[in-house]
Design a protein around this ligand. Structure first.
Ligand SMILES: Cc1ncc(COP(=O)(O)O)c(C=O)c1O
Length: 325
């Protein structure tokens, strides 16, 4: 076994990364390494939320957040966003969803499935609302390196002392380093939260895989050029996919600024997201995720985390299918 919160050398390397990339000073005892960022999010929710608490989640959301909240005994409160605001929750919408039971808000920028990136100013406004009632902010920043058009990634915890004290910053190796199966994610958190998470982890899963942790140290300390090559490849695929989608009649999409998805609004086609996805799969052999899974039945999600040849073929079929509706 390693220490349940992770190898000291990995926690130190993560602390160094937070400092260098995000302007965040976390001591190694504020860092817990888990079995994927998914596990980090779940641990963070378990450590802070309980029955009677409410957790605000902007929709469309990453599929697992509401169920993680329910597993902790708390209640998800969904705030519907829209294309006009690039699928982002405003501070006003956040404030309107707050009740005396609100314990946490979950932010995910760059976002899955929306590809949206919150600006520094938008995040500052969210922090101002959270700070009024000492609401925890779970900031899932797993797509931080996949961000385009010169847009800036702002880490919420770096915005102010108040933000730092309320925020649990989650990141991991699955997206930036394409190490999905290695199952390694981590959080930087206020000391008391990190301690509680360490305790939960030590009584549930113990440490994440020891030799995968060694791989993560190598990833953080090694040559970072592959990240930038991968980023450029994703950017090319994003432009291609968005250009093709924007030329298809009766569907709309916001050009994503981050992650590797395009969220397409299909509401003018007269099918709900599950029916659309089922028919597209059976008639055209193209798999997409129905937006209902992300809390928005008007949409489907395309991914460009596959080769450009597959993307081209998939979009040819997608376009032909849309013409038949
Ligand atoms: C927003 C978001 N957070 C977390 C994860 C999970 O990452 P991991 O593989 O590190 O558990 C994903 C993976 O799809 C994701 O999209």
């Amino acid at each position: 076994y390693t220490p349940s919160a992770g190898l000291p050398e990995l926690r130190q390397a993560i602390a160094d990364k937070f400092q260098a990339d995000n302007g965040l000073s976390y001591k190694p005892n504020q860092i817990v390494v888990s079995n994927g960022a998914k596990h980090s999010c779940y641990n963070a929710i378990l450590a802070t939320c309980e029955r009677g608490d409410e957790v605000i989640i902007p929709s469309p959301y990453w599929v697992s957040y509401p169920d993680m909240v329910r597993l902790a005994g708390a209640e998800p409160v969904i705030v519907q966003t829209n294309e006009r605001n690039r699928w982002k929750m405003t501070a006003e919408e956040f404030e309107n969803a707050m009740t005396p039971r609100t314990k946490m808000v979950i932010m995910n920028s760059p976002g899955n499935p929306t590809g949206s990136v919150y600006s520094r100013e938008e995040l500052e406004a969210i922090v101002a609302v959270a700070a009024e009632e000492d609401i925890y902010i779970l900031s899932d920043e797993i797509y931080e390196k996949l961000i385009y058009d010169g847009v800036e990634h702002a880490s919420i915890a770096s915005l102010s002392k108040q933000a730092y004290d309320l925020t649990i910053t989650v990141n991991g190796f699955s997206k930036s380093y394409a190490m999905t199966g290695w199952r390694l994610g981590y959080m930087g958190a206020p000391e008391a939260v990190a301690k509680a998470v360490d305790s939960i982890q030590s009584h549930s899963t113990s440490n994440p895989c020891s030799f995968a942790q060694k791989g993560a140290v190598a990833a953080l300390k090694g040559d970072q050029q592959p990240l930038s090559d991968m980023h450029d490849e994703f950017d090319m695929r994003r432009n291609y996919m968005y250009d093709r989608i924007s030329k298809i009649a009766n569907i709309t999409a916001v050009k994503p600024q981050g992650a590797f998805y395009v969220l397409v609004n299909i509401s003018q086609l007269g099918l709900n997201s599950q029916n659309f996805a089922d028919r597209l799969l059976s008639k055209a052999n193209v798999a997409v995720i129905p937006g209902a899974a992300f809390g928005d039945d008007r949409t489907i999600r395309l991914s460009y985390a596959t080769s450009i040849d597959v993307i081209k073929k998939g979009l040819d079929r997608f376009q032909d299918f849309c013409r038949t509706l």
